[in-house]
Design a protein around this ligand. Structure first.
Ligand code: ADP
Length: 168
């Protein structure tokens, strides 16, 4: 039985992430989505919120488990018994980062294979940051994130657009 690990901050989980998770379920018996507890950047959502959003978004995928983790990805992979790390590759810019991470992870855990799935065309320019940017400014992100994430973003950012007129 091959288990795969998909680690990220998921701040928040997007349709691009869901696409990679769904495709990973067709390749592996068990897919563990690991939510990074303390990412090295500011997050909009708490760990509990991020985990909950991922869980609700993958609820119809029975072979997917969602866990929270801190520390090294390789240690998380060992703990959950994953022999494969799955990553998504968007534009060229993802490659350098993923290659560096994969090389370092291989040094620490040589048996762990890294598999990169190319982002689907419709998600190739989708990122959690762009989703937050649009939602924060009152835009509609319902086509970019799964419904549980969309509901949460709507609840948080629903103020009407303000037009700032000088002297107004
Ligand atoms: P983090 O903020 O933790 O780095 P990211 O969302 O940037 O998380 O990336 C986590 C993983 O998900 C990476 O492998 C990244 O390439 C992949 N990913 C992110 N967005 C997409 C997308 N739209 N399509 C496919 N893969 C994606």
């Amino acid at each position: 039985m091959t288990a795969a690990l998909l680690p990220a901050s998921f701040d928040p989980f997007t349709c691009g992430h869901l696409d990679i998770v769904t495709r990973a379920t067709r390749l592996f018996d068990r897919v563990v989505v690991a939510v990074f507890a303390h990412p090295p950047k500011n997050v909009m959502f708490t760990l509990e919120e991020r985990v909950e959003m991922v869980r609700e978004s993958v609820s119809d995928l029975p072979s997917v488990e969602v866990v929270a983790f801190e520390g090294l990805v390789v240690d998380c992979a060992r703990r959950v018994g994953a022999g494969v790390l799955v990553r998504g590759l968007r534009a060229v810019s993802d490659f350098e980062y993923e290659y560096q991470q994969a090389t370092m992870n291989r040094r620490m855990y040589p048996e762990l294979e890294v598999i990169c799935l190319f982002a689907s065309i419709e998600h190739s320019f989708l990122s959690s940051s762009i989703v937050k940017d649009i939602a924060q400014n009152g835009g509609d992100v319902s086509a970019l994130v799964p419904p549980p994430v969309s509901r949460r973003l709507r609840a948080r950012f629903s103020p009407p657009t303000q037009v700032l007129v000088p002297g107004g």
